[in-house]
Structures are given as structure tokens and as C-alpha cells.
Design a binder for this molecule. Structure first.
Ligand code: URA
Length: 502
């Protein structure tokens, strides 16, 4: 752990000193915060600490532990807090910085008189809490991805594994259910400096932390793991700089496969050529694997979106928290896939409601396609943006972010089961096909996508909006319309689904 921010120890002499049971005592924090709020105790009257914390002795202990005013002495006020703020606080309370309890209480207190506080991106407390919550999501993602178990033996027919991991924040107990679900058939222990979690097939337990040297060093499966890694290693995807930024050296040193990377890279060039040659015949590769966040294909669109909303491995940096779901009849014959929600879509929670959506509506109507009968969605399901003053400026998702959503878009297509998929623009084309597709080369032709399903690639309406001269815009709009007319001619949007385009 790196040193903590300490901006919390200038407290008045007469205040309330709350000692929580542990660094992860969120229930304790909630119970105390509720009472403090009922007693109308201002945040600057409260000093939060954790029993047994090394630095707790150094706090200004002249702050008194005073009985809180009984909640009943005031008529209890309902505590007001938006779900969004509550979720952020829940995450932020796991941050390593000692000021997190104070920050959370201050926001809770302020939210009673400023109900929309969480919507103010410039508020200093909110900015800090957002930063904390984001750091927690990232830490959880890293722990899901980089824990490596070492086999230490067997007991009563069950294999036993241990792993060492160093999270940055107090997340160990929070990730326990993820590992139980993933590795339910084996016994395991994950040790971190602050806490340990263990599963014996029956019970999940949480214990104290330790040192790497507390673990047995023997490893029966590391060799097998390396062989597996060498076989799945995909040289075309290796970007050392990106890997290092995602997986800092701290994690590398605990990964058995990391040692293999230099020698695999030496042999990589030839393999990339072979893969490219092979890729030419292999038009639309399915996503390589399901993301970490789900073990099984979802059974319904609602389930798909719910899992994706919770997915801790989804890209979050620079993205809005809101996931914009697809919209339209679940049995639509035509599915339209855009790039990602824009500012308006993010605010309203529906795809294609902003300026690009209005242009799309107009073109669909002119081409004879009824929007109400189409299923509209986006490849990337959250709005990626950069803040510029009050404005949120669209940012194009990068290859890794697009790739993350491949599996999800495939599932969405499987569940809607359209006859034709219309892809708008390069991001959606890449997400669906796994390749960089030149729109001008592929537009205007119906391509096979799968048995009984076709693909039409065309430009994104926002491309039309960006064309500066009116004449150029008109020409491009006419071409866009022709593409959509092709779709309308190929697929009836009502009646039972048949093989229209096949
Ligand atoms: N652009 C898109 O790609 N999707 C939307 O939902 C809106 C704009």
C-alpha cells in the first residue's frame, strides 16, 4: 500500500469520535452515519477512525467520545440519498485513504439539503468520491483478472489451491463471491496483506492477512498452466506498453506465464503472418471468449443487460456509468447497431434519441422502414466522453474497449435473432466482425453473417452531420438512403420471420 492522503485530522476539540470495527466495517459506518444524521451532527464535529489501526493513536484524541443525541429526541427525518450516490459511497468506502469515512459522511450530510448533489460534476467532494469509486472498480477488475492459483495438494478428493495477491484497496472480502462462483469445485485460499478469503466447497471464510512467505511454495500445476498459456498466446494482440499499463509490474511478478512472454514474442512475427493469411478466409470470427463477468450465455435481453451493468471487467475509464440498453421489439427482423450512446442517449437512457438519431429516423422513414419495428442498439453500451467545461465531448472507443463488447453484441444478436443486421459506422463493424472494415468497400452489398442472417454495413449518421458543405452532405445522405432502401427491399418488417434475404 502507498501512503494515504491525510486531510482529515483538523477536528474541533469537542466532537464525536467514532471507532469502526475494521477497515471494511461498512455496516458500522452506515449505522453510525444514520444516527449522526438523525442527531443533526455536522461532519466537522465527527472524527472517524478504525479500532486497532496503527495511526489511530496519533489522532487528536481530545475529541470526546460523547453519546450521540438520541434519534428519538428529534422527530426522525427520512434520510435522503440517491441510489447513484449510495452506490458510489458503497464503493468509495473500500478505498485505502483514511479520509473516506469522513468524505462519505460529509456527502451524505450535504445530500440532505442538496438532493441532486451527485449530478454536480464540479463539486470537489463528488469528484473525490468518483475518483475513489473508480479506483475500487479498477482494483476489483485487476483482482478478478490476475489472481493465479498454485496447487498445493489434495484433500478428500478435492484439489487445494492457494494464491497471493496485493490489492491496492480493501476489496478482498468483496471479491470473495466472484471466486466462489468461478472456482466452486476446488478448495482455495487467497491471501493478501490485509485479509484472506477461503472456500472449502461449503463455506466461504474471511480471515486476517499475511505475507507471501506464509504460503507453501510448492506448485504442481504451474507447468501445465504455462503450456496452456503458450498455446493460447496470441502474438497479434500483444502490446507490451498497454499490458504494462493495465497490469503493472506488481502483478506481473506473480504470474507464471509472464516469464514466457519474451521468448514467445521472438517467435511471434511468423505466427502473426500465418494468422493474417488464415484470417482472410475467416470472415467473421466469433469473440474468443466470454468475459470474466459471466459464466453462461444469458437467457434474455434483460438478463444480458443486468449482467453487463454489474460487470466489473467492463471498460469504465472515461465512460459514463449508465448503460444504455437496446430498444425495440425483441423479435425484430432488423437490428441496427450504432457506435455508442451520445450525450443525449446517456441522459435519456435510450439509443438514438439525439441529433444522429433524428437523422437516422428521417432516413429510415424515407427508406420505408418503420423505426418502431426495428431493434436499435449500440456496439459499445456506455458513453465515452471527455469533459470540456459543461460539455461532454464524444470520445471514440479504442480497440480494446470495442473488443470487450464483441461477446455482448453477439449475445444480443442471438437473443433478438434478426434476419438482417445493419451496422452503422466503423466501430460497430469492428465490434461485430472483429476486424477493421473499410465502410466504402463493403457498403451497398448484403453480406452473409450466419445461416439465415445477413449484414449490411453503412456509414454512421453522425458522419453525415459532420460533413461541412451542404452539397457534400446531400450526396452522402442519398447514398445512406440507398443502403437503407436495400435493407427495406430485402426484409419485410412484419409477418412471421422467414429467410427474406437468403
Ligand atoms: N450514435 C450512436 O452510435 N448511437 C446512439 O445511440 C446515438 C448516437
Amino acid at each position: 500500500m502507498t501512503p494515504v492522503d491525510r486531510d482529515d485530522d483538523r477536528r474541533p476539540k469537542n466532537g464525536f469520535r467514532i471507532a469502526l470495527c475494521s477497515e471494511v466495517d461498512r455496516d458500522g459506518w452506515r449505522a453510525h452515519a444514520r444516527r449522526l444524521l438523525q442527531g443533526r451532527v455536522a461532519p466537522d464535529q465527527v472524527t472517524w477512525t478504525v479500532a486497532g489501526r496503527r495511526d489511530s493513536d496519533q489522532l487528536d484524541l481530545s475529541a470526546q467520545t460523547v453519546s450521540l443525541p438520541a434519534a428519538a429526541s428529534h422527530s426522525p427525518r427520512p434520510i435522503r440519498i440517491s441510489r447513484h450516490l449510495l452506490a458510489l459511497i458503497n464503493g468509495g468506502l473500500l478505498h485505502r485513504n483514511a479520509d473516506r469515512f469522513d468524505l462519505a459522511y460529509r456527502l451524505l450530510y450535504r445530500a440532505q439539503s442538496v438532493p441532486r448533489l451527485h449530478e454536480n460534476p464540479a463539486d470537489a467532494d463528488m469528484m473525490k468520491l468518483n475518483r475513489y469509486a473508480k479506483a475500487i472498480r479498477r482494483d476489483i477488475h485487476k483482482m478478478h483478472a490476475f489472481v493465479r492459483f498454485r496447487k498445493i495438494g489434495e484433500r478428500e478428493g478435492r484439489e487445494q489451491f492457494v494464491a497471493w495477491f496485493e490489492p491496492d484497496h480493501h476489496i478482498t472480502a468483496t471479491v470473495a463471491p466472484f471466486f466462489r462462483k468461478r472456482f466452486t469445485g476446488m478448495d482455495w485460499l487467497i491471501l493478501t496483506p490485509q485479509a484472506s478469503i477461503a472456500w472449502d466447497g461449503d463455506r466461504l471464510s474471511i480471515g486476517s492477512g499475511g505475507s507471501k512467505h506464509d504460503l507453501p511454495q510448492q506448485d504442481l500445476v504451474e507447468a501445465e498452466w504455462r503450456t496452456y498459456y503458450a498455446n493460447i498466446f496470441n502474438p497479434a494482440r500483444v502490446k507490451i506498453a498497454a499490458m504494462k499499463s493495465e497490469m503493472t509490474l506488481k502483478y506481473w511478478k506473480n504470474l507464471p506465464e509472464a516469464e514466457l512472454i519474451p521468448s514467445l514474442l521472438e517467435r511471434a512475427a511468423g505466427r502473426v503472418d500465418a494468422m493474417v493469411a488464415h484470417g482472410r478466409q475467416d470472415a467473421f470470427r466469433p469473440a474468443d471468449h466470454a468475459p470474466l463477468s459471466t459464466a453462461e450465455p444469458p437467457a434474455s435481453l434483460d438478463q444480458l443487460y443486468e449482467i453487463l451493468e454489474q460487470a466489473s471487467d467492463a471498460p469504465r475509464e472515461s465512460f459514463s456509468d449508465r448503460l444504455v440498453r437496446g430498444s425495440g421489439p425483441v423479435d425484430a427482423r432488423i437490428m441496427v447497431i450504432g457506435e455508442q450512446p451520445g450525450d443525449q442517449e446517456d441522459r435519456q437512457g435510450r439509443p438514438f434519441v439525439g441529433p444522429a438519431g433524428q437523422l437516422l429516423d428521417r432516413a429510415l422513414a424515407e427508406a420505408g422502414l418503420d423505426r418502431q419495428r426495428l431493434f436499435l442498439t449500440n456496439a459499445v453500451k456506455r458513453f465515452k466522453y471527455r469533459q470540456s467545461g459543461k460539455r461532454r465531448i464524444h470520445e471514440t472507443p479504442n480497440a480494446g474497449e470495442i473488443n470487450y463488447y464483441r461477446w455482448w453484441i453477439e449475445q444480443e444478436i442471438r437473443l433478438v435473432d434478426p434476419r438482417l443486421v445493419i451496422v452503422l459506422g466503423a466501430t460497430a463493424a469492428r465490434c461485430l466482425t472483429g476486424k477493421v472494415m473499410k465502410i466504402s468497400r463493403h457498403r451497398g452489398t448484403i453480406l452473409p453473417l450466419a445461416t439465415n442472417r445477413s449484414l449490411l454495413i453503412t456509414v454512421h449518421p453522425s458522419y453525415l452531420l459532420r460533413i461541412p458543405d451542404a452539397q457534400g452532405r446531400q450526396v452522402e445522405y442519398a447514398k445512406f438512403l440507398r443502403d437503407l432502401e436495400l435493407a427495406a427491399a430485402g426484409v419485410k418488417t412484419d409477418g412471421p420471420k422467414g429467410g427474406d434475404l437468403s
